[in-house]
Design a protein around this ligand. Sequence first.
Ligand code: HSE
Length: 302
Amino acid sequence: MANTFSVRVPGTTANCGPGFDTLGIACTIYNELDLTLSATGELAIVNQGEGAADLTTDESNIVFQAVKMVYDTVGKTLPGFRLTLRNAIPLARGLGSSAAAIVGGLVAANASLNSPLSNQKLLELATRMEGHPDNVAPALFGGITVSTLEEDGTISALHFLPAKPLFLAVAVPAFELSTRKARAVMPSEVSMKDALFNVSHSSLLAAALCSGQYQYLPLALQDRLHQPYRSQLIPAMEAVFAAAISAGALGAVISGAGPTLLAFCDRFDAAIADAMVTAFSKAGIAAQAHILEIDARGAQVI
Ligand code: HSE
């Protein structure tokens, strides 16, 4: 019987402008992990790649906690194991690194037990760990996801692929921003006017992506719930958005809680990501450019 279980999980971009805590997209950037069961009962965690020096190697490691959650949920004793984590998703940048860690641990642990838990159950466990479903749903299922979370913990997540190719031009600045800090600047209440604005734009966005009517994206990507408050934490945000749009993007948004900024494009065009990086650099901030596409598969046991 195999005793190593390897999983590949995509990074994700959440919110997509107006879809705060609701919309998410799986992207073609991946973390991989190997979970190797051992008979000795010892725990070993090896971090490689992005942020390796900053990640813990004890029971506080989030992948360890996800593995433990699966074993606890099915009532099995946690065996000794070795985790090797090969990370390409940058940490604390708004590209779903914590969701990928959680989903990777859950899927690998479930595979090691011959998959007693359904994907829906894994989604519930992942959301309990992460606090909201908009990154963990696309990390698990792939594609574009629309997720709702009820007060009793019930989650509904629909995933779909866009009707036409979509490219995501990304500028990842060289500073971290924790989700906790990015949520702390948001108000606890908003006006009915702003709530209505976001309901309508988020709905338009989902319909435009699903149907391929990308001419609606410039309008549909507008947001009033989180970006106006978070802009103070991301210097040059408006300048980077303007640079992306003048280089040909359909619209630009904060990726998740930031600080990565992301532009929606109907073609592969490195000049758009380069223009975003240049706008960051004019504000004295180094950034890395990427062009990502949509990952259709989500977490995979490989
Ligand atoms: N929806 C979340 C937020 C994503 O914007 O705070 C980051 O985890």
